[in-house]
Design a protein around this ligand. Sequence first.
Ligand code: PGA
Ligand code: ZN
Length: 426
Amino acid sequence: KIKDIDAYQIYDSRGFPTLEVEVTLASGTQGYGLVPSGASTGQFEALELRDNDSSRFRGKSVFKAINNVKTILSDALKGTSVFDMEQIDRKMIALDGTVNKSNLGANAILGVSMAVANAAANEKGIPLYEYLGEGKGTLIPLNEIQILGGGAHAAWAIDIQDYLVIAVGAKTYEETLEMTHNIYHAAGEVMKARGKCVGIADEGGWWPDYLTNEEPFEVFLEAVEKAGYVAGKDVAISLDIAASDLFDGEKYHFKLTNESFSPEAFCDLMIDWCDKYPIISIEDPFADTDFESWKRFNKVCGDKVQIIGDDLFTTNIERIKQGIEAGLANSVLIKLNQIGTVTETLEAIRVTQEAGWLPVVSARSGETEDAFISHLAVATNAGQLKVGSFARSERMIKWNENLRIQRSLGDKAQFIGSKIYERILK
Ligand code: PGA
Ligand code: ZN
C-alpha cells in the first residue's frame, strides 16, 4: 500500500529544473520517478507544466507540478495498492480531466507513474524490466546512437537534428558499443581535422560547423572508414530530421543553405538521400501535419528504410492507430513524457507491435541520471533504443544499464541486432 508520495525539484542534463517523485510504501519500500524533458517537442505532446515565472529559473521552474503531486495526487493515491499501476494511472488521468494532461501537468503525473512502477518492482524484489514485462522481456535492444547533433540541440548549427549510427553488423550488444565508440571518436577526429567541430551538442554528439546539411554524411562515411568498418554492411546511418521544426505550414526551410522546399520537393530530397547514402532509419522526415508526404515516402521507401514517427505520433495511442490505418510510417518513437503515464506508454508499444510495426524506445534531449527506459525497452522486447550519443553520463547510464540487464538475464538474454528490421523491411 502507498503510504506517502513526495516530490521535489531536481535538475536535468541541461541544468533545467525538473521533478523527482518519491513513493513510500507502508512496508518502507521506496521508488523514484525522474522526469525528462524535450527541446524539439511535438505540438501533440502531453503538456509539461512549467511555472513561466520569469523571476524563478528564467521561467523554467516546476513548483506547480511539484505541488500537484504533493497535494492532489498524493491525497488521491494514498492507501492504494502499488501493484495496481493501471488503475493508478487511469485515476490520475481522470483527476487531470484534460486530453493533454494540462491541468496537473504530464510531468507531475509521469513522475508518480514511474515512481509507482519502481516502488512495485522494489517491493517484489525484482528488477524493473522483469516487473514491467511480467517476466517476458528478454531482448537486449539494438542501439541508435548520435554522432552529430544539430537543430534545436545545437543552436541550429545545421538544420538536421540527429545523424546517428546503427551497428547493423554487430553480433552482440557489447559489439554495438565497441563499434559506436570507435566511430564516435573517429568522427570527432575527422571533424577536428577539418576544423569544423564547435563542441558537444545537447545529447552528447559532436556539434558541427558546416556549410551544408549533406557535409555530415561525408564526415560520417570518412569516420566509418577510419574506424575500419564498411558503411552499409557493418554500420548504417540513421537520421532524425525533426522536420516539424523546418516546416512553416507550406514549405520546408533549411536555414543553413537558405533553401526552401515544397512538400513534394522535400519528399524528393528524402528519397534521394535514402538512395545516395546507406540510411537504414529515418525519423520525422516530414512535419506532423504533412500526411501526404509521409504516405508517399512510405510507399517509395517503406520496404527498405525504417520510417519512424516521433512528433507525428507523440506516443499517443489514437494518433498511432490513425497512422497505422493511413500507412504513414512503419515505426513509432516511444517517449514516456510525450504521453505522461507508464500504462499508456506500454499500450502504445503494444499497439505498435500488434500492427507489425517497430517501436523505438527513446530518451529526451533533457535527461536525468535514471535508466527507466533501458528497462522499458527490454521489458517490451522493443528491440531498439535511442538515447543520444556515446558520451555524458545521462546517456551512458542507459547503455550501461543494458549491460547490467543482460548480465541479470543470464542465459535468457537475447540479442538479434538488425534482424529486428526483417519484421518491417524486405
Ligand atoms: P527532444 O528531441 O527530446 O528535444 O524532443 C529528441 C527527438 O526529437 O527525438
Ligand atoms: Zn525525434
